[in-house]
Design a protein around this ligand. Structure first.
Ligand SMILES: [Fe+2]
Ligand SMILES: [Fe+2]
Length: 201
């Protein structure tokens, strides 16, 4: 699987490999248990405790997937997919409550990644385990990038508006964006406007 997750724009997963369920892993590719490819570190800490705790759990579950023997791989992957669903749903709720447009790129990237991970689960149920191992490897590359760009931007935004993850309250509503945010990444500054899209050529 040629960088299933990392080859997409902004490291969003692609379905290029999963679209060929009959394919076999190349020799030496990710088809057996390995040591965790991603370890939690301060570099991943965004100083937003609820988000950081969720991310640390994600890194832990991902490591367990990578280390799993074949007999345990499917349920480990299922556990990671369920956790990731809750993780992304949580961030999507925060975004929608604080001025992000439903189709903003961070929300869209979550949806695309989750779709691919669920396709891996389907393939696992059909007896193919290597796509899961490949996806797990690619998640170790995708996640730090996502956390340090899109999630970091979201964390800054949530702090700027005084969002309380526990209650959902916003203590500085005056800091909420005047127009819905359609962008993401480190900027979080692209705005939805009424202007027609310009065809760039
Ligand atoms: Fe996240
Ligand atoms: Fe995110």
């Amino acid at each position: 699987m040629a960088d299933t997750l990392s080859a997409m724009p902004e490291n969003t997963p692609t379905q290029r490999e999963t679209a060929h369920p009959a394919a076999q892993p190349e020799p030496g590719r990710h088809d057996r248990p390995v040591a965790p490819g991603l370890i939690w570190s301060d570099a991943l800490n965004l100083s937003l405790p609820v988000m950081d705790r969720t991310h640390e759990e994600f890194v832990e579950l991902l490591g367990q997937v990578q280390q799993a023997e074949d007999a345990d791989l499917l349920w480990r992957w299922q556990e990671l997919v369920a956790h990731t669903q809750a993780h992304f749903d949580q961030e999507d709720r925060w975004m929608l409550a604080t001025g992000f447009a439903p189709g903003s790129c961070h929300i869209t990237q979550h949806a695309v990644v989750l779709k691919v991970l669920k396709e891996g689960l389907e393939q696992g149920h059909q007896g193919q385990l290597w796509p899961i191992r490949q996806m797990a490897h690619e998640l170790t590359l995708w996640f730090p990038h996502h956390a340090q760009t899109m999630d970091a931007g979201l964390a800054l935004h949530l702090k700027s508006v005084g969002h309380d993850a526990g209650t959902g309250a916003v203590s500085r509503p005056e800091a909420l964006p005047q127009e819905m945010i359609s962008g993401c990444g480190g900027a979080c500054g692209d705005r939805v406007t009424d202007e027609p899209a310009v065809d760039a050529h």
